[in-house]
Design a protein around this ligand. Structure first.
Ligand code: EAX
Length: 325
């Protein structure tokens, strides 16, 4: 065989190898419910960069924002069914998939961000992540949505009595719905992507969300009153379809876990920043903010509901989380 033929064959072989290497790249689709300029947007963008870097390009993450591939419940269901690869979601819809994790949505369960983060990153939280696996998910890490505050278009909310009769959008979360009825609120569960229009049209009077979400969805344009109730700490979680996880090599499993860790660092840093600047920003947008809230009064108003939660989840389990360091 002449040299030029040999070279030709070698080049063709290299071309084939290169092509197969490039085609070995797998792209996973990932969905979040809020716009990209948000605590989830920065998380999934960090996750995408870290996965591609740590797997040497074997895996790419294609992100979709603002519920583009469905709201949180739909997207979580799609990951479970295998029609979507990943989702970062609040625990709002999670009781539909892992009922025992509904305990995390109990109002006033966590004292502050440090308490919530250390609990979820510690044994209690890590044990909970394992509960996703029999349901078809690999939970890569606990992320964060944040402490939720009440907004409405009707009146300033200075005490629980001011909530009575308000039509409030809630997440599709049974614990929230049960608890908010304890305030005398009329709850209307709906997906986050429908909330701005519902508030604009007056279908509901108000909603409740962390400052980051209120800003990301520009609710200041359709809400006058904000009260820093901090009535619920809302965790978030990064979920990968379990069959996809099982197919990853050990090295790529470690890469995905490390990427999720970096994503949560960025997620929490964004929330810390928005918590610091959010109130002043929303005031500058014309919202009237009640910031000296007697949270004890709001907790007292929920005493009958807490009794029901103790029966449902067990006093000891609630205490274990509430009194955790
Ligand atoms: O997870 O639906 C909600 O109110 C959530 O806080 C939002 O989608 C971010």
């Amino acid at each position: 065989m002449t040299v030029s033929r040999l070279t030709g064959v070698a080049l063709a072989a290299i071309g084939l190898v290169a092509a197969s290497a490039a085609s070995a790249q797998t792209t996973f689709k990932m969905n979040v419910s809020v716009p990209q300029n948000s605590h989830y947007g920065v998380a999934v963008d960090t996750f995408a960069a870290e996965v591609e870097k740590r797997t040497n390009g074997r895996y790419k993450i294609q992100n979709f924002y603002a519920s583009a591939l469905g709201n949180e419940r739909e997207a979580t269901e799609a990951v479970q069914l295998g029609t979507l690869d990943l989702v970062m979601t609040s625990t709002g819809p999670i009781p539909n998939f892992v009922p025992e994790l509904a305990i995390l949505d109990i109002p006033f369960l966590f004292r502050d961000y440090d308490h919530a983060r250390s609990t979820l990153d510690g044994p209690v939280g890590q044990e909970m992540l394992k509960k996703f696996e029999p349901k078809g998910f690999k939970a890569l890490a606990w992320g964060e949505n944040g402490f939720r505050h009440m907004t409405n278009s009707k009146q300033a909310v200075n005490s629980p009595a001011d909530l009575k009769g308000l039509k409030m959008r809630t997440m599709e979360n049974p614990i929230h719905i049960q608890a908010y009825k304890g305030f005398g609120i009329i709850p209307t569960p709906m997906a986050i992507s429908e909330v701005f229009t519902a508030l604009q049209q007056g279908t509901v009077d108000g909603q409740e969300n962390p400052l980051t979400v209120i800003q990301a969805w520009k609710f200041d344009q359709v809400q006058k009153h904000l009260t820093l109730t901090g009535h619920v700490y809302s965790p978030a979680v990064i979920l990968l379809g379990k069959p996809l996880w099982d197919k990853l090599s050990d090295a790529d499993k470690q890469a995905f876990l490390a990427a999720a860790k970096e994503a949560v660092k960025a997620n929490r840093a964004r929330i810390d920043a928005d918590e610091k600047s959010g109130v002043a920003y929303l005031r500058s947008r014309g919202m009237e903010v009640v910031d000296n809230v007697d949270r004890g009064k709001f907790q007292e108003a929920l005493a009958p509901v807490f009794a029901e939660f103790s029966k449902k989840f067990g006093e000891a389990e609630i205490k274990r989380i509430r009194e955790g360091k």
